[in-house]
Ligand binder design. Structure first.
Ligand code: NAD
Length: 346
């Protein structure tokens, strides 16, 4: 049988290293493109069976039409979230598989790392001591012990984050659209979560319904000095409303691993450029905002799992009737989910 051919978009050195290791027997022919998959670059997928993509590749209607015309059979996401795929339009045109979990620990631990860095001013202290400035002025933090943390989304990552917070002696409350019965988690309404939390951390997927769930109105309901942590998807937070909330001293700090308009800047070196995004520039200029560029997933363990699971997904898709990691817009409706019947989504 001919080798399955993958066009690999948005390839970084760390991706290549882990996929080369995982494809050690060269079962797959993989061509690594630095560029993202967009309407402009989709022609690079000509002659391939699979496009392998990440969080900022744009699999919109036009891209899906082009891929189907080229007879590309599969979109293999190297991530869990799939808000960058027009999943409803893809149905019955092109199959989509993903990596549902690669290391929930990586993301939950990064969320806590951001929180500790922010509230104990580690980012400031690091720069000071590098310059032999040992002054403590302005570095006063606060204890996490006894504080209330509100967790939005109690899936794989959210639950690990909850365990970590409990280890710090924090009181945890949570909101989830589908609360986990019998989990021992104290679920509250979103409004109650906004009102009671000293710290709020987001671990839910981005959907049309929760886009900008942090906005002027919800910020108004939050405690003064609240710390927001977003390692989920940027558009959960209206970035301009966040800037305003910080300027008004309502939001005490923001820890952002994701940003609404990140696809234009994240993963690239713009250190010699003027950044055009004024909102991002304003956020980065604020002393109580920490931005990392979508790196929460970036651990050795996660990269190995991503490569192994992605290639297993591709192999399984071409060899079998059923792909356990396939997704479609009908999947949430478990009663009508083809996967429940051991079949592909269409
Ligand atoms: P998961 O599917 O295990 O859990 C998501 C939870 O969110 C579920 O409990 C679900 O019921 C809940 N949910 C769904 N819609 C909701 C809504 N509107 N409001 C509140 N809760 C809702 O997913 P996970 O593995 O825990 O990942 C969570 C998110 O983390 C992903 O969707 C992804 O966006 C993000 N993520 C980020 C990185 C990173 O590197 N920064 C890496 C992996 C995942």
């Amino acid at each position: 049988m001919d080798k399955i051919k993958l066009a690999f978009f948005d390839a970084k050195d760390y991706d290549k290293n882990s996929f080369i290791k995982s494809n050690i027997n060269e079962e797959f022919e993989i061509n690594y493109y630095d560029t993202r998959l967009t309407e402009e670059t989709v022609r690079l997928a000509e002659g391939y069976d699979v496009v392998c993509v990440f969080v900022n590749d744009d699999i919109n209607r036009k891209v899906i039409d082009s891929l189907t015309k080229m007879n590309v059979k599969l979109v293999a996401l190297r991530c869990a979230g799939y808000n960058n795929v027009d999943i409803e339009y893809a149905y019955e045109k092109i199959h989509v598989v993903r990596v549902p979990a690669y290391s929930p620990y990586a993301v939950a631990e990064h969320a806590m790392a951001l929180l500790l860095t922010s509230i104990r001013r580690i980012h400031k202290a690091y720069i000071r001591t590098k310059d032999f400035n040992f002054s403590l002025s302005g570095l006063t933090g606060f204890d996490l012990h006894g504080k209330t943390v509100g967790v939005v989304g109690t899936g794989k990552i959210g639950r690990i984050f909850i365990d970590i917070c409990r280890g710090f002696g924090m009181h945890v409350i949570a909101y989830d659209k589908f609360p986990a019965e019998g989990s021992g988690i104290e679920y509250v309404s979103l409004d109650e979560l906004w009102e009671r939390s000293d710290i709020i951390s987001f671990h839910c997927p981005l959907t049309d319904e929760n886009r900008h769930m942090v906005n002027e109105d919800s910020i108004a309901k939050m405690k003064k000095g609240v710390v927001l942590i977003n390692t989920s998807r940027g558009a959960l937070i209206d970035a301009e409303a966040l800037v305003e909330g910080i300027k008004q001293r309502k939001v005490g700090a923001a820890c952002l691993d994701v940003y609404e308009e990140e696809s234009n800047v994240f993963f690239h070196d713009y250190s010699n450029h003027i950044v055009d995004d004024d909102t991002l520039a304003r956020l980065i200029s604020m002393p109580n905002v920490i931005v990392t560029s979508h790196q929460a997933f970036l651990t050795e363990e996660a990269l190995t799992n991503i490569a192994d699971t992605t290639l297993d997904n591709v192999k399984e898709f071409f060899a079998q009737e059923y792909s356990k990691n396939e997704i479609c817009y009908k999947c949430p409706d478990v009663a009508n989910c083809m996967q429940e019947h051991g079949k592909k989504c269409f």
